[in-house]
Design a protein around this ligand. Structure first.
Ligand code: G3P
Length: 217
C-alpha cells in the first residue's frame, strides 16, 4: 500500500520523506488554510520535494471553471493530481482533465456508486472518506471493501485512495482490504510505530543494561 501524507506543511512532509514514507501528498482547501501558505507557492514547493503525485484541489463548482483551475494547477508540475469533488460537474471535469492525460483525484466520495461513476469518468484516484462516515455511525472501512470488490469485478484501474484516516488501525485495515493508497496526517503515520509492549520491553532492556555497567560507545 502506498502512503500519501495528508498535509500542506512542508516540514512535516520533509521529515517523513527523508524516511522513505512518502509516496505522494494530498492537500485540500482546509489543509491549505491550516498551512497559512499561498496555494501556488506551497504546492510548487511540495512538488519539488516529493516525486509522487501531489493532489491540489479546485475550488470552482461549475465544470468549465473546474477545468480551467485544474489546468492551472496541473501546469505547476508534472506530478500534480488535480483534485475535483464528486459532483456531477466534478465528474465532467474529471473526464476532460483525464482525457488530457492529467492525473485526477476525485474526492469527497461517500458511496460505492459514486466510486463507480468516478472510475467510468477516468479518475486516476478515488478518495473515499473513512473517518467522516465513522463520525455519523456508518462504516467507512466497509466502503473501502465495497469499492475494492466492485473495481476488481470489472478491472477498473482507478486507484482507491483511502482518505479521512484518523487512526493507525485505519491504516492496517485499509492495507488488509487492499486499498491502493492511504493518505493520513503525519501524526497517524507516526502513531503506527507505537506499541505499549515495545515501550515496556525497551524499558526493561535499558534497566538491565544499566546493571551490566557496560558501554558500547
Ligand atoms: O484527504 C481528505 C482528508 O483530509 C479529510 O480528512 O479528517 O478532515 O475528515 P478529515
Amino acid at each position: 500500500m502506498k502512503f500519501f501524507v495528508d498535509t500542506a506543511v512542508i516540514e512535516e512532509i520533509a521529515e517523513l520523506n527523508d524516511l522513505g514514507m512518502v509516496d505522494g501528498v494530498t492537500t485540500n482547501p482546509s489543509l491549505i488554510l491550516k498551512s497559512g501558505r499561498d496555494i501556488i507557492e506551497v504546492i510548487t514547493e511540495i512538488c519539488a520535494l516529493v516525486e509522487g503525485p501531489v493532489s491540489a484541489e479546485v475550488v470552482a463548482t461549475k465544470a468549465d471553471d473546474m477545468i480551467a483551475e485544474g489546468r492551472k494547477l496541473a501546469a505547476i508540475a508534472p506530478n500534480i493530481a488535480v483534485k475535483v469533488p464528486l459532483t456531477w460537474d466534478g465528474l465532467k471535469a474529471c473526464k476532460v482533465l483525464s482525457g488530457e492525460g492529467k492525473m485526477v483525484n476525485v474526492t469527497l466520495c461517500f458511496s460505492a456508486n459514486q466510486a463507480l461513476l468516478a472510475a467510468k469518468a477516468g479518475a486516476t484516484f478515488i478518495s473515499p472518506f473513512i473517518g467522516r462516515l465513522d463520525d455519523i455511525n456508518l462504516d467507512g472501512l466497509q466502503l473501502i471493501a465495497d469499492i475494492r470488490e466492485i473495481y476488481d469485478n470489472y478491472g477498473y484501474e482507478t486507484q482507491i485512495l483511502a482518505a479521512s484516516i484518523r487512526s493507525a488501525n485505519h491504516m492496517s485495515e485499509c492495507a488488509r482490504i487492499g486499498a491502493d493508497v492511504a493518505t493520513a496526517p503525519p501524526s497517524v503515520i507516526k502513531a503506527m510505530a507505537n506499541h505499549i509492549l515495545t515501550d515496556k520491553g525497551l524499558q526493561q532492556f535499558l534497566a538491565d543494561w544499566a546493571k551490566t555497567g557496560q558501554s558500547i560507545a
